[in-house]
Design a protein around this ligand. Sequence first.
Ligand SMILES: NC(=O)c1ccc[n+]([C@@H]2O[C@H](COP(=O)([O-])OP(=O)(O)OC[C@H]3O[C@@H](n4cnc5c(N)ncnc54)[C@H](OP(=O)(O)O)[C@@H]3O)[C@@H](O)[C@H]2O)c1
Length: 242
Amino acid sequence: MGEAHRVALVTGASRGLGAVIAGVLAARRYDLVIGARDAGSLGLVAESLSSRGATVVPVNGDVTDASVRARLVHAARDLGGMNLLVNNASELGGVGPLTSFDVVRFGRVFRVNVGAPIALIQLAMPLLAERRGLIVNITSDAAHGAYPGWGPYGASKAALELLTRTLAAELAGHGVSAVLVDPGDMRTRMHQEAYPMEDISDRPLPEVTVPFWHWLLDQDPEEIRGERFAAQREDARWLQQA
Ligand SMILES: NC(=O)c1ccc[n+]([C@@H]2O[C@H](COP(=O)([O-])OP(=O)(O)OC[C@H]3O[C@@H](n4cnc5c(N)ncnc54)[C@H](OP(=O)(O)O)[C@@H]3O)[C@@H](O)[C@H]2O)c1
């Protein structure tokens, strides 16, 4: 199958990292399904990519909503299938010490950052299996560092990491691969939420990860099964190659 017929689904693609990943995929002639809640900004990304020749279907709605996940996967099926699923949409869930964190909010953070990606994977599995596809779950160094104030977010990413590695092991021999990508610090809305009082203009824009995405998309999914990549690692294979 030529790359012109590949289909990718990217959640959280209305801005930040997700929009950059969608741009890389469009440049590589993937057909795209992109998701986010705000229809206006998602539509603008779709319009911009379409004007450059890509086939893009925007599906707006919250990833925690089962009907939205169904629309995302149906849209990919209508495009012919799915080669790549990028679970990028995520919420910080506020910043503050655990001693005063409203524990009810754990539920929301885990539903968005862990439950929705796994539910989307379940729904997409038949399409991914048909094309020996790749699942990319976006994580964070907060999954490992015990950063004060980010406990629930970090815990949700740590859970996503364990589940992704488990999934990668479970799917061995089934033709679908799964990896983790930590994009590193980037100047985005979420990063500003994480540092509410700070000037974050010294952080790189998410475009800094573009060489990594091109490298990743050139890999055989089977060869990278279960790996965790840090997209901004300075000694990384994708930068040496560039
Ligand atoms: N920025 C960093 O420094 C950094 C560092 C490490 C990891 N990351 C990870 O990188 C990924 C992208 O983050 P970003 O920095 O690009 O954030 P961002 O600019 O805030 O973008 C988040 C995207 O996800 C969408 N989204 C959020 N909650 C959603 C929901 N419940 N349902 C559907 N869509 C939702 C947003 O659109 P709507 O609001 O319209 O829904 C937006 O398109 C995340 O997984 C994040 O954890 C970021």
